[in-house]
Design a protein around this ligand. Structure first.
Ligand code: ADP
Length: 276
């Protein structure tokens, strides 16, 4: 009781009307405060995330400006340019993830048509393999007959984020398995399993919070925006699905998007035989 002076003032006014009303108003105010704090944290996080690469970029620009024209070899110049371009790519990734999140929050949730998850998974796999640069073994098990009703672009980003994370958080030599399979309840599961660093059980419930990172240094170094799982969870919710996370530190993780039976489409009709 009395979490804020506003709540305390209201409690005095409402006391004569009964305890039930008093508790209701207090809860409302606490919720408003919580929302306002979340908004402030979000703005502070975004500003911080953008300021870091900007500071690095301006530092390089000033250093290069202060150098006499012939002070750098070609190799040094391309090294500096590559570091600067990496910072620009990080900012670009952050802004695109922010736009994706904002569009998920502001567009109405439409059920959509049949989505071929296998096709989306293959596109995401090609990107993940490029990121891995041959350092991981990929095992792919996709059930071609399963389709869900949903939005292609949204699902593509969730499917892609889980795979990119598996590459980022699995040391070289590890294995990544991608599965699209039916579940016993008539639904389907898209799973990405890795033999990576795993996650401390205490961190698991916070992973889908915006900008939460279990290992801040590593995530930044791998180019993560801290928004990938927030996007994946949002997309799952918009498809009546659940983002399930299982992990053992030091052994690996399984991230699954579990679609309910109500979201599944009947299997595609085989094409009619010619002349029949
Ligand atoms: P990031 O861009 O930092 O990867 P995400 O929202 O995608 O942001 O993930 C949040 C955090 O969850 C990561 O910083 C990392 O600590 C943890 N994480 C995500 N995927 C994995 C994984 N496959 N293995 C271990 N940790 C992971």
């Amino acid at each position: 009781l009395g979490r804020s002076s506003q709540a305390r003032t209201l409690s005095l006014h409402l006391a004569p009307y009964g305890v039930g009303q008093f508790l209701m108003v207090t809860r409302d105010i606490t919720q408003i405060e919580r929302l306002e704090n979340t908004r402030k944290d979000f703005v502070a996080n975004v500003s911080h995330e953008l300021r870091t690469p900007l500071t690095v970029l301006s530092g390089f620009i000033e250093t290069l400006q202060d150098m006499p024209g012939n002070a750098l070899t070609d190799a040094q110049r391309s090294h500096y340019l590559e570091l600067m371009s990496q910072q620009a790519r990080n900012m670009h990734a952050l802004v695109s993830d922010l736009l994706t999140l904002s569009s998920l929050e502001s567009t109405p949730n439409r059920e959509g048509g049949p989505v071929l998850v296998t096709a989306l998974a293959r596109t995401a796999l090609a990107q993940a393999q490029a990121l891995s640069g041959g350092q991981h073994a990929f095992d792919v098990r996709l059930d071609e007959t399963l389709r869900v009703r949903g939005q292609d672009t949204e699902l593509a980003s969730a499917i892609g984020n889980l795979l990119t994370n598996a590459v980022r958080y699995t040391p070289a030599g590890g294995a990544i398995t991608v599965i699209w399979e039916p579940t016993p309840d008539g639904g389907a599961a898209y799973r990405v399993q890795d033999t990576g660093i795993g996650i401390d059980p205490a961190d698991v419930p916070r992973l889908t919070e915006r900008f939460f990172r279990a290992d801040r240094g590593r995530s930044r170094a791998t180019g993560g925006t801290g928004l990938g799982l927030a996007i994946a969870k949002h997309v799952a919710m918009r498809h009546d699905a659940v983002l399930d996370i299982r992990s053992t530190p030091g052994e690996g993780s399984v991230f699954s998007i579990l679609f309910p039976a109500a979201r599944m489409c009947p299997p595609a009709e085989p094409p009619a035989a010619a002349g029949s």
